[in-house]
Design a binder for this molecule. Structure first.
Ligand SMILES: [Zn+2]
Length: 258
């Protein structure tokens, strides 16, 4: 399984910035998990091949690229973009984004080949197939209904938390996986903003360390994701001080093979 966190921005030299403003993970060049920078940062091959988008939750940094991605492809789509999401997330998209005020309601439109978007509702705790992947949605602990995912192919499983604060169910599921190839866990804020982390349901480095005490395995690398760009330096330094074995910060733009 190949995974690439799409870049969010470029730096002053025109190169991929390490700062992550958006969440969008492309797996095997054809399935996107979240859609923050989907329209702006896919390469041409990914734009042609991605027709499935799986959403953790409806916050803007996770869905911002979806309307523009569908718009870019509107004339040429020979099959709809399939948006896999929980019912409450689908309802939020239709009410707040695809409402003709912010953007067209693509679910009511067709091109010459047919529908351009199709919603596929999933339930937390249940498994579903997306292309060659088997996905299990697990409830996590965020300000709005949110899912983490266990994503499997024939070679193994990776686990992505999405945005979350302290969790239990997610760890129960992750600890049961037969072959875990990678854990991707958020750490949005630095320790000094622990109160903000509590009200916004995110992790700090200290809270991350506490969460990892529930991670009962040592067979998997740990990649930190979703660090708020304004606090990146502080969070990275605080994670370094934790001394956790096998932990690193996921690099935007790089393809990881599992
Ligand atoms: Zn969020």
């Amino acid at each position: 399984m190949k995974l690439r966190l799409l870049p969010s921005t470029i730096d002053g030299a025109g190169l991929v910035s390490e700062r992550q403003h958006f969440a969008c993970f492309v797996i095997d060049g054809c399935v996107a998990f979240d859609a923050g920078s989907l329209a702006s940062s896919v390469n041409e091959q990914e734009r042609e091949n991605i027709r499935d988008v799986v959403l953790t939750h409806a916050h803007l940094d996770h869905i911002a690229g979806l309307p523009l991605f569908i718009d870019d492809l509107f004339q040429t789509l020979t099959e709809p973009v399939r948006v896999h999401a929980e019912r409450s997330v689908i309802d939020a998209l239709e009410e707040h984004i695809f409402n003709w005020s912010i953007y067209p309601r693509f679910s009511e439109l067709k091109n010459r080949f047919g529908s351009v978007v199709e919603y596929h509702e999933f339930e937390q705790g249940k498994q579903f197939d997306v292309r060659h992947l088997t996905v299990r949605a697990v409830a996590v602990n965020h300000k709005v209904p949110s899912s983490g995912f266990l994503i499997s192919d024939t070679s193994g499983t990776i686990a992505i938390t999405g945005d979350t604060a302290e969790m239990n169910e997610f760890w129960n599921e992750v600890n049961r996986v037969e072959k875990l190839s990678g854990l991707f866990i958020e750490c949005a804020l630095p320790n000094e903003l622990h109160e903000l982390a509590s009200v916004s349901h995110h992790l700090t480095a200290e809270k991350l360390a506490h969460e990892l005490t529930k991670f009962e395995r040592d067979d998997s690398p740990i990649y930190v994701i979703n660090i708020k760009p304004a606090h990146r330096e502080a969070v990275v330094s605080q994670i370094g001080l934790l001394g956790v074995k096998g932990i690193e910060i996921l690099e935007a733009g790089r393809t990881y093979q599992f």
